[in-house]
Design a protein around this ligand. Structure first.
Ligand code: RTP
Length: 155
């Protein structure tokens, strides 16, 4: 039996600059909507290097780090928060593997991209990362609590 609290998990998703340039935003948002997740926050952001250095703090010593920050600040990104049962794990499954070549068709990366350095989307890898990333990208008052009339049919 579904308990309402279990549907309260949240994840952070960012649609990266290459996806915006390629007009893939609508297709990507549509997948999360149709899956049944609830949109809690969304904004178009020109990410600063400060924000990206916090976001990618764990990767600061990797050889691709500078390239990554340059890519992520090369144009706007769409930052989003999605909510629902097991959303962190399920969003990662919908996104696919870090390297698009390892991503199965049907996943976002499997369907829309080829290169690891231009892999169209980010999704938090754990509940703890999701918490950290949501608070980094959004103010508390940007997270919208709204009555979801579909939830009854989805769970
Ligand atoms: P994300 O955080 O963006 O969802 O990606 P991820 O967990 O699947 O992968 P992670 O290892 O955290 O890497 C973050 C992003 O860095 C870029 N990357 N480039 N070899 C490379 O050139 C390389 N490796 C990783 C990708 O954009 C990756 O999503």
């Amino acid at each position: 039996v579904f308990q309402p609290g279990r549907g309260a998990e949240r994840t952070f998703v960012a649609v990266k600059p290459d996806a915006l340039q390629r007009r893939l935003l609508g297709d990507i948002v549509r997948r999360f909507e149709r899956k049944g997740f609830r949109l809690v926050a969304m904004k178009l952001v020109q990410a600063s290097e400060d924000l990206l250095s916090e976001h990618y703090f764990a990767l600061r010593d990797r050889p691709f780090y500078n390239h990554l920050v340059k890519y992520m600040s090369s144009g706007p990104v769409v930052a989003m928060v999605w909510q629902g049962l097991d959303v962190v794990k399920t969003a990662r499954a919908m996104i696919g593997e870090t390297n698009p070549a390892d991503s199965r068709p049907g996943t976002i990366r499997g369907d829309f991209c080829i290169e690891v350095g231009k892999n169209v989307i980010h999704g938090s890898d754990s509940i703890e990362s999701a918490r950290r990333e949501i608070s980094l990208w959004f103010r508390e008052d940007e997270l919208i609590c709204w009555e979801d009339h579909a939830e009854h049919w989805i769970h």
